[in-house]
Ligand binder design. Sequence first.
Ligand SMILES: CCCCCCCCCC/C=C\CCCCC/C=C/C(=O)SCCNC(=O)CCNC(=O)[C@H](O)C(C)(C)COP(=O)(O)OP(=O)(O)OC[C@H]1O[C@@H](n2cnc3c(N)ncnc32)[C@H](O)[C@@H]1OP(=O)(O)O
Ligand code: FAD
Length: 666
Amino acid sequence: MAKITVNKDLASERAKCEFNVEELTNYLDGGRENTARRRRMEDKVLSVKELRDEIPEEYLSHKEKYENAIRKAVLFYKVQKSLDDPNQSDHERIRNSYRSTITSAIFKDNSPLTLHIVMFIPAIIGQGNDEQREYWLKRAKNMEIIGTYAQTELGHGTFLRGLETTATYDPATEEFVLHSPTLTAYKWWPGGLAHTANYCVVMAILYTKSKNCGIQPFIVQIRDEETHMPLPGIKLGEIGAKLGYNTVNNGFLGFDNHRIPRDRMLMRNAQVSKDGTFTAGANSKLTYGTMVYVRVLIVNNMANLLAKAVTIAIRYSAVRRQSKLKPEDPEPQILDYVTQQHKLFIGIATSHAYSRTALWLWDHYAKVTSELNAGKLDNLPELHSLACCLKVLSSVDAAVFVERSRLACGGHGYMLSSNLPQTYGLVTPASTFEGENTVLLLQVARSLVKAWQQMLNGRQLAPSMAYLADQKQLDRWDGSVNGIIRAFQKVARGKLAFSVANFEKYQKMGLSREDAWNKASVQLTAAAESHGRAIVVQVFKTETDRIASSLSPPLRKALDQLVELFTLYWALERLGDLLLYSPLSEVDVRDMQARYEELLEKIRPNAVGLVDGFDIRDEILNSALGAYDGRVYERLMEEALKSPLNAEPVNSSFHKYLKPFMQGKL
Ligand SMILES: CCCCCCCCCC/C=C\CCCCC/C=C/C(=O)SCCNC(=O)CCNC(=O)[C@H](O)C(C)(C)COP(=O)(O)OP(=O)(O)OC[C@H]1O[C@@H](n2cnc3c(N)ncnc32)[C@H](O)[C@@H]1OP(=O)(O)O
Ligand SMILES: Cc1cc2nc3c(=O)[nH]c(=O)nc-3n(C[C@H](O)[C@H](O)[C@H](O)COP(=O)(O)OP(=O)(O)OC[C@H]3O[C@@H](n4cnc5c(N)ncnc54)[C@H](O)[C@@H]3O)c2cc1C
């Protein structure tokens, strides 16, 4: 094997690291065996050279990008399948795949099969009855059919009760008639819908016996299984180029009185009998279960994407030298600027915070799902609220810190060869899909207001909201992580109390409940956001304490520093709130600021080790700036030379336009 020459600054950073990087990787993976398994899988996938792109994706046309993505998706699926351990439960398979980012090595802009895996199959599992699961899951898991999740319409994404697609039951033929009565009723957005999927789960308003029975899921064939032509009564297409996700093949779909058999309604929750009698499910919101599942997965996806961005930016910052700190010294590594550390170390800490929180949430999700399967629905509202608020916070923070990582790389961060713009293109839609973030915060606020009322009535609160009942004053600011967590809880409680008071005040002033809610909604969403912050810091701290107790002292110290940095960063970001709702004084603020700066200094020698610990291979990073060897400038040039414009010294447009123009002949 050729010897890798590592940039000398990166090499000396690695020599400075105070903990064992491999131990950190094992900690993140959940054990040495998991690291080994993940690496074996990566080796196997990366050994398939047909999965690599010969021409960088960015130089392909829109159509070529899609065709190339499909070519790779099929091959990638087969390789993955050959590595699958059939003895794992679905729960274990997903948990064990939380640290896997290998998909990014194959697709810079995501796969056209994503929705099949992430929503179509889960929708059948969550919404299909036993026979439907038996039949459709086998076909879907074997890839005999490819599906997507078609819910959003041109006119409505958030407001599901406002969907216009109808499924009207006809007892004479025992069929549902699917129809899109208007342009705005067209399904719009589903990934893979345009040219990839031949089936989809369609969410439509069910009418039977002339009654609106709410939104229900239907499994609908949209293309012929042989010819792949759209079926009669179905209009399909692609929605066009986007900021990112361009290889996901998002599509539109309209129905013109398209008929499907009765057994195509997924009937795990609600049912329609042959004569058209509707039987409602135990809770109509169980129909929204697929969204809860994906919101839970998104938290982890955000942690992984952020780890990628911050790995690139930290390594680059160790290699890049710019300006002068002292006139007599050579140009320093930009990582030595404390402002650069302030920009980036929080990204490392945030990725850790959300990967710990994501695992915690996944285990909670699995527990509540098994209760739901046993008919116990009590914990569904709390799960919904938690999934909403953690999806919101993780997507907002990831977008901010990925963009900050890009900016921290100066001009080179603007290059597609840095892979930072594309990474931003992957994180930013998560603030919109699976429930637009403000809308989800309002759902969280709704659950908090309910909890507040329950508390006033002396009822017990769900565990994640129990702190609201803690009436004790926070007498003294002690600056400890646990003290700050309590202060965050006081902030959330105080903001909630304030918004509930406003909500009630507006009603007393004569506004309807809905208008009062709308008027109080800025405060309500702020309370929901604070509630989320309190949860994330607490889960980050308690889960790190729980899992890291057996680690070596140097690694334990490094992780504690990240937890403290994260806590202090948000305390300093939310000073106004803390000054309002906790006994924080000016001196305490100064102390916090000093401690935060001290932490930046302590983390500095470990910065490269911390991102190396994420163990994201070069093929996955896909970045000229972030590669392990730090050959930043050589790679930037190598990538520049791949531009098709560099294939010839003079472009034909010179003779056609520029020359006549410059010579006054055009
Ligand atoms: C080996 C396999 C490995 C696999 C790993 C792969 C890793 C991949 C990682 C994944 C990451 C990235 C890929 C993601 C791709 C995503 C592509 C995007 C897809 C989509 O966007 S699909 C469409 C999503 N759409 C939405 O989210 C719409 C948002 N709107 C809503 O959810 C609702 O309309 C609403 C909640 C805003 C309001 O609904 P409405 O019916 O009007 O409700 P109300 O009548 O107002 O009632 C509210 C009450 O209902 C309760 N409620 C609401 N929702 C739920 C729920 N989901 N569950 C439980 N309860 C719910 C709410 O609490 C209210 O209750 P209350 O009355 O207060 O008691
Ligand atoms: C990359 C990508 C992939 C997607 N994939 C799929 C898919 O596979 N399947 C699918 O079905 N859908 C998919 N979607 C659609 C996505 O779920 C919707 O875009 C999302 O639910 C938001 O709905 P909307 O676009 O209608 O936004 P809108 O609801 O129109 O939001 C616009 C603005 O109005 C505000 N707003 C709306 N309602 C309220 C309210 N009640 N109170 C306060 N403010 C409000 C929002 O906060 C926002 O600022 C995808 C979207 C993207 C971007």
